[in-house]
Design a protein around this ligand. Structure first.
Ligand code: IMP
Length: 193
């Protein structure tokens, strides 16, 4: 089955492809002629995932899905949340985002945080939402070089190491995105039966 995934992030593409398996061919927006940046202007993860999937569906008429993820830090009232990508700057500057997070949590003992992913799937013109959450805590320094984004600062509950110290397989098994994508995969596999 061919389906468009609303991302041009190679890390995310390979994480999601690994969970969905070989039965699915993931296309990028670019593969389908959508080269402009897809708008995400909403104030919730659900709103953004939905806006991106609808945008792609309206332009291509093809089955598609989009995700939106936020890091929700308890001591910061759920920030950066839906603003995670542009926490420190207008761009996707992971290093600057990590520095700002460490600064905002300096001296804070409550380090609880969670990643939350929402996926909007549009299939046969109908929308379905899937959510994945992983609870954890924020370290006081970066550790590890795998993954992307806040991975060097996030240790999931029950683990001894950060997401950035895990193999892609280890991270996928417990991550927010892995959990949301497995729900998506179950739904899609059931449709194919
Ligand atoms: P997006 O909605 O998946 O683009 O995620 C928004 C922002 O959240 C990214 O720019 C990253 O800063 C952060 N983020 C999303 N997923 C992850 C992850 O798996 N690990 C670390 N940071 C992530």
């Amino acid at each position: 089955m061919k389906i468009i995934f609303a991302t041009n992030n190679a890390h995310k593409l390979s994480e999601v492809q690994a969970v969905l398996g070989d039965g699915f061919t993931l296309l990028t927006p670019r593969d389908c002629g959508v080269t402009e940046e897809i708008p995400e202007e909403q104030e919730t993860l659900e709103g953004n995932a939905s806006q991106k999937a609808r945008y792609l569906y309206d332009r291509t008429g093809m089955d598609c899905f989009a995700d939106d993820t936020g890091l929700e830090v308890a001591a910061l009232g759920g920030a950066p949340g839906v603003h995670s990508a542009r926490y420190a700057t207008d761009g996707h500057d992971f290093a600057a985002n990590n520095r700002l997070l460490l600064k905002n949590l300096r001296g804070v003992t409550d380090r609880r945080a969670r990643f939350r992913t929402v996926i909007s799937l549009i299939i046969n013109g109908e929308e379905h939402l899937f959510e994945g959450v992983v609870e954890g805590r924020i370290l006081d320094h970066e550790t590890g070089h795998e993954g992307f984004g806040f991975d060097p600062l996030f240790v999931p509950e029950g683990a001894e190491k950060s997401f950035a110290e895990m193999t892609p397989g280890e991270k996928n098994a417990i991550s927010h995105r892995g959990r949301a994508v497995r729900k998506l995969a179950e739904y899609l596999h059931a449709l194919e039966k």
